[in-house]
Design a protein around this ligand. Structure first.
Ligand code: ZN
Length: 430
């Protein structure tokens, strides 16, 4: 059951003092093709200059058909997501607006990259940690799991491999794509389900200009709040998940600090399968402040890339993370938000409370300002003549993002759910 964010945050404010967790992390990678990339930024600020508003970002990009898309996404995605966030928000509103901004940022990054006409593509798993709230957005099959302090496991990403995702096969087939296995001489079918043309086995990615626009960049987004007992995140590419179950990945690194844990997971994965693919893992521990026994000194406070290199080569410590169990709330992970729809109308029309934070006459995807007479309603149907635009027809897209939407979803209005939500959202403008 989803718990409203406001309720959770209120609970947080009323607890004796607002204590931010320590966020400790490590990564490890063994490269076969050189197409896995990682991204870390731990000192981001919601309010520039205000150190009490920091949040952390971790991301993994697993490229295919070259590494241009992975590198492009690594360099641009976070800026595009933050660029889609309204300014001057309270923390509650900022967290509430984040899922929509993630969708806009992913789609803008894909659109901008495709304009460069490179043919490569990439999976993306991006995790944003603000206090005890974790928001994950993903396309593709690099998975993110969470283990709570008491040992329960939660999926924070969806699997967009066609082989395991029937809904996505249906969506692609309905958009005109063909899904099937490779045919070899004699008619036998081999290998995973793939989308044709192109033969990609993922239903969502960033890039992939040559595969068909119905391979969409719209991320599955999940937002949860940990208890103040904390938890551990594992973000890893398919090189890890093709070799290890979620359980065995968690188990093989129990008790190790984050950097050794990441090393251990990659080591185990390569032992099981050999180095057949890029194999990358990020481990993030979200821990009650000063309750964790620190890893052997020197314990880096700031993880610059130079520092990371050193800690990766340190011998794994046998010392376990010893968390004192003095919690003021039950150790449960509460779900705040989850949406995996590929339809932009479902993702950008977010209902009154969130909608009203965003500028009405800015493109909901690329944020360019649009004149009211040029705004295209997210719910407009190309087969119907456009009516005079009023604020309650929003959110709006610019012409170029509307074209992108049509390419991804086709020109039918069947996926539109505007009638019910529109009557609700018009209230606030009357
Ligand atoms: Zn636009």
């Amino acid at each position: 059951m989803a718990v409203p964010l406001a309720v959770l945050l209120k609970r947080e404010h009323t607890s004796e003092r607002i204590e931010k967790p320590d966020v400790l992390y490590g990564q490890a990678s063994q490269s076969k093709k050189g197409e896995d990339f990682t991204f870390f930024k731990t000192e981001c600020q919601r309010v520039p200059g205000d150190g009490s508003t920091t949040f952390s970002v971790f991301a993994l990009f697993d490229g295919h058909n070259g590494s241009e898309a992975a590198i492009y996404a690594k360099e641009n995605l976070l800026n595009n997501v933050l660029g889609a966030m309204p300014s001057d928000l309270s923390r509650d509103d900022w967290l509430g607006a984040l899922p929509r901004a993630l969708v806009a940022g992913f789609v803008k990054t894909d659109k901008d990259f495709q304009n460069l006409a490179h043919s490569s593509g990439t999976t993306v798993t991006m995790v944003i940690i603000d206090g005890w709230v974790v928001t994950a957005a993903s396309v593709g099959d690099s998975r993110c799991i969470l283990e709570s302090a008491e040992g329960s496991m939660y999926h924070l990403s969806a699997d967009h491999r066609l082989d395991v995702n029937e809904k996505e096969v249906e969506r692609i087939t309905a958009s005109g794509g063909e899904v099937g296995r490779l045919n070899i001489v004699g008619g036998a079918e081999i290998g995973p389900l793939r989308c044709w043309p192109g033969g990609l086995c993922l239903s969502r990615s960033i890039g992939d200009l040559d595969v068909g626009q119905f391979i969409v960049p719209v991320p599955y987004v999940k937002q949860v709040k940990l208890s103040n007992a904390g938890g551990r995140l594992i973000i890893a590419s398919d090189g890890v998940w093709d070799a290890l179950t979620f359980d065995s990945a968690l188990k093989c690194c129990h008790g190790l600090p984050a950097d050794s844990a990441a090393n251990q997971i990659v080591k185990e994965a390569v032992q099981v399968r050999g180095l057949r693919d890029d194999t990358t893992c990020i481990v993030v521990d979200i821990l009650p402040k000063e309750k964790a026994v620190p890893a052997p000194a020197p314990h880096p406070k700031k993880h610059g890339m130079g520092v990371l290199k050193n800690i990766f080569h340190r011998k794994p410590s046998a010392k376990s993370i010893n968390v004192k169990r003095e919690y003021s709330e039950p150790d449960v992970v509460e779900e705040i938000f989850e949406n995996g729809s590929a339809a932009l109308a479902h993702r950008l029309d977010t209902g009154n409370a969130v909608q009203n934070m965003f500028k009405i006459y800015a493109c909901a995807v690329c944020q360019v300002e649009i004149k009211p007479q040029e705004a295209i309603s997210l719910h407009s149907c190309p087969s119907q003549p456009r009516k005079v635009v009023s604020p309650w027809d929003g959110p709006f897209l610019c012409h170029s993002c509307q074209q992108k939407k049509e390419a991804m979803e086709g020109t039918s209005c069947s996926q539109d759910f505007s009638s019910s939500s529109k009557s609700a959202s018009s209230d606030s403008w009357e």
